[in-house]
Write a protein that binds this ligand. Structure first.
Ligand code: F6P
Length: 540
């Protein structure tokens, strides 16, 4: 066995030994538990002490990280080496948010000067729209922006906008991702084409959903403004020629390189709509916050690295304790879309069953991620979290100071976040419940029936991330934290976190089925699929 394989075996054994362990008791047996398991990075405070691992288990996990070459892999990634082997690309999104004048290289090619120039161009364009210097075909300023894109060309910008948007924004920024015609119809509803800018975001500029929505928006613009409507089109793409061929004026096409993965692209010109909505300065602050997390990830020792510790905590649950699902519950309405963002980041990056060598992986990979905003989740799936048959670890993200609204409501929100984490870990013992029911006068027979139903087993782990205020900097740091944690997991699982071959089959079959639904010849299908196609083709 190699050292790395031994480290894996130790992790598996540590996870097995942790089954049934009382997490709360670890605080007594491990006096330095809090200091070892709480770290601060780029303004975020991460508390991993409510996790099932002991400090000895932590050591096992850190050994795994060391022997798995996390530090070397990190350096290779920052150096712009080909870490996306199946596509022969670097994954250098950190270069997009680095301080001006940095010297990042993608496979040896300097890229920082080009990025700085793009950032200047993006900020200037955003501010020209905001200030009314750039106007539409009829001379009126733009008051509305419709951002069209899907997947990585949507989740990040949508989340950033929701997280940071003013309560009464100067720019009405809307999003359309789904090819469902309802989405673009709702996005355009009530808007005046003369005051609307349509930003089409697609790395490939071939994505079916985006091209369909973009064509609908272009028709809407042309219908009102004639060919002049094309002046209201903006594109962000790694295929700028395709964008121009679509009708976007060359001066309104913003490019980015193929080493920017879709789900890592919000830092590039893909964030243009947010820069228009929030202002160039706020967008730069978002980048600066992410860069601060990059610095931390690159320089902190493994034992003090927030992304590494978060990855290891998640892996201890996933690989050590066999827990295939994780919840993400931001106690911040503005971070409502975080789980959607993380679903793509983690499940598209690390939802792989074979390694870099094409061989089946030795260990389970990405967990299923789901979630929504607290406190709403308490009235949805927290029943299962507290008393269900499965243990689902949860990331709880809380923001100390609200940006707006009633401070008392904010304190109530925070109290709930803290209390839920406590309740999940500590639970409520059956003997305590029995004693309480007895004081209420229930008969022993009733107590036997009722007490187990009112008992909370506890030992349901949480990672708690506390943010002082939801500024652009802190949001950037939070997203970069999860990016790096996803990278660390991918390294230890031995997979390519930067490709997504698993999305291709469905795309090509959809093209075939579409041909049939539009009257083309019937293809070969399984009986169930053939029946569905027949049903859809039949007249009502
Ligand atoms: O979901 C598959 C995917 O390729 C994602 O990786 C990407 O973010 C999304 O589609 C959109 O792709 P594009 O930006 O090329 O339109």
């Amino acid at each position: 066995m190699t050292g790395f394989e031994t480290a894996w075996a130790r992790l598996t054994a540590a996870g097995a030994a942790a089954q049934g362990r009382r997490i709360a008791e670890l605080f007594t047996s491990e006096p330095d538990r809090l200091s070892r398991l709480c770290v601060s990075a780029a303004g975020l405070d991460l508390d991993l002490s409510k996790q099932p691992w002991s400090l000895d288990d932590l050591k096992v996990c850190l050994d795994l990280a060391r022997l798995g070459g996390v530090e070397a892999a990190r350096e290779r990634q920052f150096a712009g080496a080909v870490v996306n082997a199946s596509e022969g690309r670097a994954a250098l999104h950190m270069a997009l948010r680095a301080p001006r004048g940095s010297d990042f290289r993608a496979q040896g090619e300097p890229v920082s000067a080009e990025i700085d120039a793009m950032r200047d161009r993006l900020a200037a364009f955003a501010n020209a729209v905001r200030s009314g210097v750039l106007r539409g075909a009829t001379g009126r300023p733009f008051r509305c922006v419709v951002h069209i894109g899907i997947g990585g060309s949507d989740f990040g910008p949508r989340l950033v906008w929701e997280a940071l948007r003013p309560v009464a924004p100067a720019i009405d920024l809307r999003f359309a991702a789904n090819v469902d015609p309802a989405e673009i119809a709702l996005a355009l509803a009530g808007l005046d084409p003369a005051e609307t800018l349509v930003v089409v975001v697609s790395k490939t500029f071939t994505t079916q959903e985006t091209m369909t929505n973009a064509a609908a928006a272009r028709a809407w613009l042309r219908g009102a403004l004639g060919q002049g409507g094309d002046a209201h089109l903006v594109a962000v793409s790694a295929a700028p020629d395709a964008a121009q061929a679509f009708g976007v004026p060359g001066a309104q096409v913003f490019g980015f390189r193929d080493w920017v993965g879709g789900r890592y692209s919000v830092w590039s010109a893909v964030g243009l709509s947010c820069a228009i909505g929030l202002g160039g300065e706020a967008f730069e602050a978002l980048l600066a916050g992410a860069a601060a997390m990059d610095d931390h990830f690159r320089s902190a020792p493994l034992a003090g690295s927030a992304p590494v510790l978060l990855a290891l905590a998640h892996m201890f649950n996933r690989n050590g304790m066999g827990r295939p699902v994780r919840a993400v519950t931001p106690y911040a309405q503005r971070l409502r879309l975080l789980a959607n963002f993380l679903q793509q980041l983690e499940m598209e990056s690390n939802g792989k069953r074979v390694g870099l060598d094409g061989q089946p992986v030795a260990h389970a990979t990405a967990a299923t991620v789901f979630g929504d905003a607290g406190t709403n989740v308490q009235h949805a799936f927290f029943q299962l979290m507290h008393q269900g048959t499965d243990i689902i670890p949860v990331d709880i993200i809380a923001v100390r100071h609200a940006r707006e609204g009633d401070p008392v409501a904010q304190t109530i929100l925070l109290a709930n976040a803290v209390a839920q984490a406590e309740a999940l870990m500590v639970g409520r013992a059956e003997r305590e419940v029995r004693a309480e029911l007895a004081t209420k006068g229930l008969t022993p027979a009733d107590i036997d029936v009722q007490a187990p139903q009112r008992t909370f087993p506890g030992d349901r782990p949480s990672a708690f991330i506390l943010i002082d205020q939801l500024t652009p900097e802190r949001l950037g740091a939070l997203l970069a934290l999860y990016e790096h944690k996803t990278f660390v997991e991918g390294v230890l699982w031995g997979i390519n976190s930067f490709d997504q071959w698993g999305v291709e089959l469905g795309k090509s079959l959809a093209a075939r089925v579409l041909g049939e639904l539009q009257g083309g010849p019937a293809g070969a299908h399984d009986p169930s699929t053939a029946r569905l196609i027949d049903q859809l083709k039949a007249q009502p």
